[in-house]
Design a protein around this ligand. Structure first.
Ligand SMILES: [Zn+2]
Length: 188
């Protein structure tokens, strides 16, 4: 017999988020969905940004340095596209004052840009005053689960699956996606 429900079953993870970086030549306008940043040490390894895998990390074994990156789920305008915004530690620090003031980042409207217009130039964040009402925002997704999915990693054991790295792994480019990098492998 079928089981009938009055609403769709909850999904454990929403993977419809596209990974982006702050573009070099455009102002990015986002509303943050998470209460606080989720970050991890990463390596630029074999042409891609990948998480440090700890004890058995192949990049560490090759002596590569790591950099911490934060991954913030956001609604990006125009179009309210759901994205994961990759930020450097320095860029993330610029959100600290707002987080202290509002006790959360969720609902915060930000403008992000690279004033040097270089792809890896420093990121400047401008925070708009006030928070967007929580009820008008989609729920904060499971960021670690999405990032493991993007990186092609198993969520029980951080073991890379060869052949999945660096591909366009979530969604095709959105309407405004031309200058938003889907593949973060281009960073240094
Ligand atoms: Zn490592």
């Amino acid at each position: 017999m079928p089981t009938w429900n009055d609403s769709p079953p909850p999904t454990p993870s929403d993977f419809s988020y596209r990974l982006i970086r702050v573009p070099p030549t455009k102002l990015l306008h986002c509303v943050i969905l998470c209460p606080k940043p989720t970050g991890t040490p990463t390596h630029f390894f074999k042409g891609h940004t990948m998480p440090c895998e700890g004890k058995e990390c192949p990049a560490c074994q090759e002596g590569l340095l790591w950099r911490w990156h934060a991954y913030l789920p956001c609604l990006c305008t125009p179009g309210h596209e759901k994205v994961i915004l990759e930020l450097t530690a320095q860029a993330c620090d610029q959100l600290t004052a707002a987080r202290n003031e509002y006790r959360t980042l969720r609902g915060l409207e930000i403008l992000a840009e690279r004033p040097s217009h270089r792809p890896n130039g420093r990121i400047r964040i401008t925070v708009a005053p006030g928070l967007r009402p929580d009820a008008l925002l989609p729920p904060c997704p499971d960021v670690p689960a999405i990032m493991l999915h993007i990186w092609g990693l198993d969520d029980t054991k951080l073991t890379s699956r060869p052949g999945k790295l660096g591909s366009n792994r979530i969604t095709p480019a959105g309407q405004n996606g031309d200058d938003l990098i889907q593949n973060i492998g281009t960073m240094s």
